[in-house]
Each structure stands twice: as C-alpha cells, then as structure tokens.
Design a binder for this molecule. Structure first.
Ligand code: SF4
Ligand code: SF4
Length: 215
C-alpha cells in the first residue's frame, strides 16, 4: 500500500495548506522514470498507459524539495515559486516551532551519539574470559581459595566444569582439568581480576592452559 503523508504537519502547518508539489508537463515527459526513482515519498506513479509519469500523491511531496525537477532530463517538472513557501513561513509564524524542533533534533542526535560511544566503550571492555587450568587441585583447596578471591568483587564464575582422570588415577594424584568463565554482569573490566587469578594458579602449582576473551 502506498504511503500517505498528506495529513502530516510541516512545522505546525497542515501539509494540505501548502501548495508545494511538482507538476508534470505530459507533452514533454518521456517517461524515463528518473523522478519516480529519485523521490523517496511515493509522489509519482506511471499513467494508465504506462507511458508517462503522473503526480499521484502531491501532498506527499517534501516542502522545499525539488530533486525531481533537478534530475528531469527534459525539464518537464515545474514547481510554484519559492515565495509560496516564504509566505507560509511568515503567515504561520513557524520559527518558534522550528527552534523547538531544532533543539529536540540536536538533543536526540547528542543522545544517539552518547549511546553509540557508551556501547563502543562497553564493546571494548573485557567482561568475560574463559579460563582453562590443569593440575592437581588438592582436595578442593584451590576451589575454596578461588571462591574467597571472588568475595566482595563484582565478578562471578560461571560454566564451571571439572574433569578428573579415572577414580584410580585421581587417588594416585593424576592431574585433572578445569574450565570456567570469569564474568562481570556490571561491565567491569576483568583484566585486573585475571592477574590475581594467574597468581593464585601459580601459587597452587597449577598450569594455566588457556585464557581467552569471550566478549
Ligand atoms: S520534490 Fe522531492 S519529495 Fe517532492 S516529488 Fe520531487 S523528489 Fe519527491
Ligand atoms: S524525470 Fe521528467 S521525463 Fe522522466 S519521467 Fe519524470 S517527468 Fe518524465
């Protein structure tokens, strides 16, 4: 369904009160479709014989635009004089509304920029790291130290997995394998915590097999 923009306001003025729209000279139009393609407001359609362009929705036209006239290769498109718009501007005293709309536009753009900057900053933060550790975990001693390390910190450990060799191997002290993710739901940088964690792993004579960023 074609869009209907005719009920919109132009800086507070009803669109239908502003006689700004293109007129096509049907004798000279060669039906090249350039105006149709150049207009993003669905003003034009082809005539019934599919020969020339016609102005089907005049009040969809953007007040002040004249792109279609500029691109028409045979100068078939005309517009009212620019004083048509100046008259509307003066009669309806639109400048108070224009200033308010401009202020709102600037605020919106500033907010969008601030949001984009904040998102880019968050995207750069290392808030989730995967850690893989191997060695003898010493009767859960390492795990309780790890748990203590998290106390009062804005981090958590998730997706924790621990693999031990066979029961016999475990009892005989064969090394096990552990993997987990250090995460911060509050978008805190995990880098500092990773350095403390590395020290703990070393102090417990374990091997840090891998640490990799997840987000
Ligand atoms: S002036 Fe602009 S908005 Fe109006 S019909 Fe032409 S291209 Fe479309
Ligand atoms: S650009 Fe000009 S010649 Fe081409 S279809 Fe439109 S009015 Fe006709």
């Amino acid at each position: 369904m074609a869009k209907d923009l005719s009920n919109q306001l132009w800086h507070g003025v009803a669109r239908k009160e502003i006689p700004w729209f293109p007129t096509i000279d049907s004798d000279s139009c060669i039906g090249c479709d350039l105006c149709y393609l150049s207009c993003g407001r669905e003003v034009f359609e082809k005539d019934e014989e599919n020969r020339i362009e016609i102005v089907e929705r005049p009040y969809n036209c953007m007040v002040g635009c004249s792109t279609c006239k500029t691109v028409c290769p045979v100068e078939s498109i005309s517009f009212p004089g620019r004083d048509t718009i100046w008259k509307v501007e003066k009669e309806h005293r639109i400048f108070g509304i224009v200033r308010k709309e401009a202020k709102e536009k600037r605020e919106k753009i500033q907010m969008q920029r601030a949001r984009a900057e904040a998102e880019a900053k968050i995207a750069k933060l290392e808030t989730r790291m995967k850690v893989e550790v191997a060695g003898q975990f010493g009767e859960k001693l390492f795990l309780s130290k790890l748990n203590k390390l998290l106390e009062a910190k804005p981090f958590d450990i998730v997706n924790f997995k621990m693999e031990v060799p066979t029961l016999k191997g475990h009892l005989e002290g064969a090394p096990g394998f552990m993997s987990f993710e250090v995460t911060s739901e509050k978008f805190e940088e995990v880098t500092k915590f990773m350095s403390t964690l590395r020290t703990l792993i070393k102090e417990n004579e374990l091997v840090l097999v891998n640490e990799s960023r997840i987000s």
